[in-house]
Design a binder for this molecule. Structure first.
Ligand code: GLY
Length: 312
């Protein structure tokens, strides 16, 4: 089977500078190429998803791992999940701190009896596995938090896309995600986030729920956007189940994104199905996604005012 791959680095409201677009494009395309090379060399869908999430978590441009936004109390707490579509098994960590790759903890939990851990349990697991203590904060995220603090917390969310140059004016929709189809026809999906930024302590992200990350043998989906909106739509699981019940991936996206728009949600999603179809959708203005069709790499960075759903 021809492997397929799609990744995202969040959704947002604007791409202001062409230089910014090119920088994001270069980063996303580079990661797509690296991960696709592994798939082409025989890596499993779950291995590809884990690698893609690690690379995106390491990139300070995106709101996951290094470069995560700070919560209302000035701390970084991250959430991540992995879904092995072939096994139809979900695992994840919620509000974990001081680790470099939250996705690694989610991956470890695939083989455990307990599949989802919250903050305290995630910290214990990181200690058990000997994960080095790691500070994912960047100067930019700290500056954003300090600015907000001096403004008496008037902003609802953090800017989560730009590192260095202002390519997004405001967001809070940052997340990273990867969906892969391997040579054996197996699907997997992974999603990781620093959250919404300035959120209340203990707030739980969609990224470590089946609402934000879901896969089965038929389809795999990773979401980005406002977590509360994604949870209310139960978006990832809804799209996957619609494909399982007979809709094409494009039809499942179209129906689900139309409902989300009617409900005034602010979100985006990427996905693959078992036939190799690639689709994405958004109610936000931009979606920072890139994909490999097996023949070429392309992206959605300039895909604006073209409807709710795109396919490749
Ligand atoms: N979608 C990421 C979050 O809201 O936490």
């Amino acid at each position: 089977m021809q492997p397929k791959l799609i990744i995202h680095g969040g959704a947002g409201s604007s791409l202001k500078s062409k230089g910014g677009i090119q920088a994001v494009r270069q980063d996303l395309h580079g990661i797509v190429q690296d991960v696709y090379d592994r798939l082409a060399a025989g890596a499993s869908a779950t291995e590809a998803v884990i690698l893609g999430c690690q690379l995106l978590e390491d990139n300070p441009r995106f709101n996951a791992g290094t470069g995560s936004v700070l919560q209302s109390d000035g701390q970084i707490r991250m959430s991540a999940s992995l879904m092995d579509g072939a096994a139809q098994r979900f695992s994840g960590v919620i509000n974990v701190a001081r680790v470099q790759h939250p996705i690694d903890l989610a991956a470890y939990l695939q083989q455990e009896q307990d599949h989802v851990l919250s903050d305290y349990g995630s910290a214990e697991l990181a200690r058990l596995l000997g994960c080095p203590v790691y500070d994912p904060a960047t100067d930019l995220r700290l500056q954003e938090w300090l600015e907000e603090r001096s403004g008496n917390f008037t902003r609802e969310m953090a800017g989560v896309v730009a590192e260095g140059e202002p390519i997004a004016s405001e967001a809070g929709r940052g997340t990273i995600g990867v969906v892969a189809l391997d040579q054996e026809g197996r699907l997997a999906a992974g999603t990781s986030t620093g959250g919404k930024g300035f959120e209340r302590m203990g707030r739980v992200s969609d990224s470590a729920m089946p609402a934000g990350n879901y896969a089965n043998p038929q389809a795999g989906i990773s979401c980005t956007g406002i977590g509360e909106d994604i949870i209310d739509e139960c978006l990832a699981a809804k799209i996957v189940i619609r494909v399982t019940d007979g809709l094409s991936l494009a039809q499942a996206f179209e129906r689900s994104l139309t409902e989300a728009q009617q409900n005034q949600r602010d979100l985006g999603a990427i996905g693959l199905d078992r036939t190799g179809a690639i689709a994405w959708g958004k109610t936000s203005e931009i979606l920072l996604a890139a994909y490999h069709t097996g023949a070429r790499i392309d992206d959605t960075l300039e895909w604006v005012n073209q409807g709710l759903v795109g396919t490749a």
